[in-house]
Design a binder for this molecule. Structure first.
Ligand code: ATP
Length: 453
């Protein structure tokens, strides 16, 4: 196995070449940091989201689902503190005319050549930092008056708080319980970049877990461990994942404690997911602004309280990027270079490729038959074009864990070979055993064969 060879450029180029993710609006010259997801990108991100739902909804019974509106009542953002406080400090350079985030100058690239960090050259002339609100504003209805100003949500969380009271009733839940949601969020980031790591529209996977106040600490620790394990179970190498507690001066306006799950991207250790203890900040604020009582009342004990909230907040795109980076590998097979995505089989966009060795002698017909049977249970692909080695490599590049080859012998004894993307081992199995075999392999625990642990 080769040492870790991945760079962000290699990921960007593979994603474009194989149609996972590519710049948006290219026929008009593109629009900075806006991306479209192609076929394999959609399949991969869907698998990431499906695993998240699975961990929260199917594997436990104390979390329920929600899909709330993107445009919510504008008072939401007054109550939540976003209108006043969801800002980043912005500085302009009077010399090169570029803009930077004042708190991330070390990540900025100055407009001069050779490029330096903003403020590093004697020509750099940075303004004082001023606060810039990251919410996108728009107008609802035909009249552009103040009453019609609304915002695209910068986080999915608030939709959950607005529905807390309803869920106490129709979900018949009592704390501790959670409401989970996946959806698009929008932030007018000052410096988007690093491919899909930071964009202005992105998908979040957030869950608000409502608990009795004296249990908040315990549940914060529980969710940190759960979320860390989720990435490990899906194959992220342990030495590329860590938990980091926020310093006091990093905490958001609503948070009393936050720890980030960080991944070692090619750009260094960066936040993949935040797990925050939001206290009772949000429900208290919404109770005040809406004049609704958002207390939980225990009908048995008579206890009443505003629950505290533990929030694991992940980005679906950032998670997908971490899985891609962790999976990317290069090696050599019989003197030929190959790029391979060593993705967890559950995440792989395509689970199996069905390949007739030659395009004649009844092999395509049998391969099609196998494809149709497998298609009922898995995402599969049929490919008969080109030399078999090239077809294997095409599948390796999109992370397909198993290639099923129909050959001359298949027609006499209804067996096929199954080739493993990582070990390259080929074994002969009966056609009729294939669905069960693949099911079993998909369910088996999996570890990345890349170096690291
Ligand atoms: P950062 O410090 O990187 O700006 P944040 O702390 O503001 O992130 P949160 O508000 O905690 O992020 O959002 C939860 C998750 O949503 C993040 O961990 C990340 O995975 C994702 N996320 C946030 N902003 C973006 C973005 N601009 N592009 C892609 N994903 C994002």
């Amino acid at each position: 196995m080769t040492p870790d060879v991945v760079t962000m450029d290699k990921i960007v180029s593979l994603c474009k070449r194989r149609g996972f993710v590519f710049p948006s609006s290219e026929i008009y010259g593109g629009i900075g940091s806006s991306y479209d997801y192609g076929h394999y990108g959609v399949l991969l991100k869907n698998n990431v989201k499906a695993q998240w739902w699975r961990a929260l909804l199917q594997e436990r019974d104390d979390v329920v689902a929600l899909d709330s509106a993107i445009i919510q009542h504008p008072r939401t953002w007054e109550a939540s503190g976003h209108l006043a406080g969801f800002t980043d400090p912005l500085v302009d350079c009077r010399f090169c005319k570029k803009r930077f985030r004042a708190d991330k100058l070390e990540d900025g690239v100055c407009g001069q050549k050779p490029s330096k960090k903003p403020g590093e050259t004697s020509d750099c002339d940075l303004t004082e930092a001023r606060n810039f609100n990251l919410m996108f504003q728009t107008t609802v209805g035909p009249v552009q008056d103040e009453g019609a100003t609304v915002y695209l949500r910068p986080e999915t969380a608030q939709g959950i708080f607005l529905n807390f009271k309803q869920y106490l009733q129709f979900a018949r839940k009592k704390p501790p319980f959670g409401i989970a949601q996946i959806g698009k969020s929008f932030r007018n980031e000052i410096t988007p970049g690093n491919f899909i790591f930071r964009t202005r529209e992105f998908e979040q996977m957030e869950m608000e877990f409502f608990v009795p106040p004296d249990e908040a600490q315990k549940w914060h620790e529980h969710w940190l461990a759960e979320r860390y394990d989720w990435y490990i179970r899906l194959g992220i190498r342990r030495d590329h994942l860590r938990l980091r507690a926020h310093e006091q001066d990093e905490l958001s306006h609503y948070s009393s404690a936050t720890s980030d799950v960080e991944y070692l991207y090619p750009i260094g250790w960066q936040e993949l997911e935040g797990v925050a203890n939001r206290g009772n900040f949000d429900l208290t604020q919404h109770a005040e602004y809406s004049r609704q009582n958002l207390e939980y009342v225990d009908t048995v004990s008579g206890d009443r309280y505003i629950p505290h909230v533990i929030e694991p907040a992940a980005g679906a795109d950032r998670a997908m990027l971490a899985f891609l980076v962790d999976a990317y590998d290069e090696d050599e097979i019989e003197g030929e270079a190959r790029t391979v995505l060593r993705l967890h089989p559950q995440l792989a966009p395509v689970k199996a490729a069905v390949l007739p060795l030659v395009k004649k002698d009844g092999q395509p017909e049998l391969a099609r038959e196998i494809e149709h049977v497998l298609r009922e249970r898995f995402q599969v692909e049929y490919d008969e074009g080109g030399a078999i080695g090239r077809r294997y490599r095409r599948q390796d590049e999109i992370g397909t864990p198993w290639a099923i080859t129909v050959d001359h012998q298949s027609l006499t004894d209804r067996t096929v070979t199954i080739r493993d993307r990582d070990s390259l081992a080929q074994e002969r199995v009966a056609v009729d055993a294939l669905p069960g075999l693949l099911e079993e392999r998909l369910r088996a625990p999996w570890q990345s064969p890349k170096p690291g642990d």
